[in-house]
Design a protein around this ligand. Structure first.
Ligand code: GRF
Length: 194
């Protein structure tokens, strides 16, 4: 199954998913990386990993509708069936949602519905919660609000720094996301051969 990854930043999740694909543990082909920040480190990773990338500057388009229409075209040209957001720092709009309804998935570094939005790790740390974690969910029009697919928790013990928490969360993300992708794609294939 052809998938696309969307990212805006470092791309450690992109790296983890690509390695799992290369190892044969995720039954997918990463047909396209979509990136709204051409200078982001994830673009370098994509090049090193041999993943085709489409990067764009949102400001060079008239509207969100316009750049999303361009993204949909790129996705369809590449034969993409599923989209996995991995640190894509932008709300998905109606154009993408209409084209890929129930086929867009996001990973978020908290136990949703707690701490949606930006800097979820900092929010959890500042709130002093003792358990946080990672959520993988379907994307709808809201910010980190769609149906939850899977979650895993991380303990925040006293003495842990914000950085320790971030490392613990990332470690979970890098195994949880490939596992969820595998599960979704396997279910999808079974549905199609039924
Ligand atoms: C991850 O923590 C993810 O949950 C969040 O953004 C971060 C992306 O990190 N949505 P990276 O770019 O994959 O390293």
């Amino acid at each position: 199954t052809k998938i696309a990854l969307f990212a805006s930043g470092s791309g450690s999740n992109v790296q983890a998913i690509a390695e799992a694909v290369a190892a044969g543990s995720v039954p997918a082909e990463i047909a396209l990386l979509v990136c709204d920040k051409p200078d982001a480190y994830v673009m370098k990773r994509a090049e090193a990993l041999g993943i085709p990338a489409f990067s764009f500057q949102p400001k060079q388009y008239e509207s969100k509708q316009a750049f999303e229409a361009e993204i949909v075209e790129q996705l369809q040209t590449s034969g993409v069936e599923f989209i996995f957001l991995a640190g894509y720092m932008r709300l998905i709009g109606p154009v993408l949602l209409a084209a890929y309804r129930n086929r867009i998935v996001n990973i978020h570094p908290s136990l949703l519905p707690a701490f949606p939005g930006k800097d979820a790790i900092g929010q959890a740390f500042d709130a002093g919660v003792k358990v946080s974690g990672v959520t993988v969910h379907f994307v709808d029009e809201g910010m980190d609000t769609g149906p939850i697919i899977d979650q895993e928790c991380v303990r925040i013990d006293s003495g842990m720094t914000r950085d320790d928490v971030q490392k613990a969360i990332q470690k979970i993300e890098h195994s949880l996301y490939p596992n969820v992708i595998t599960k979704l794609l396997t279910e999808h294939r079974e549905e199609q051969t039924r």
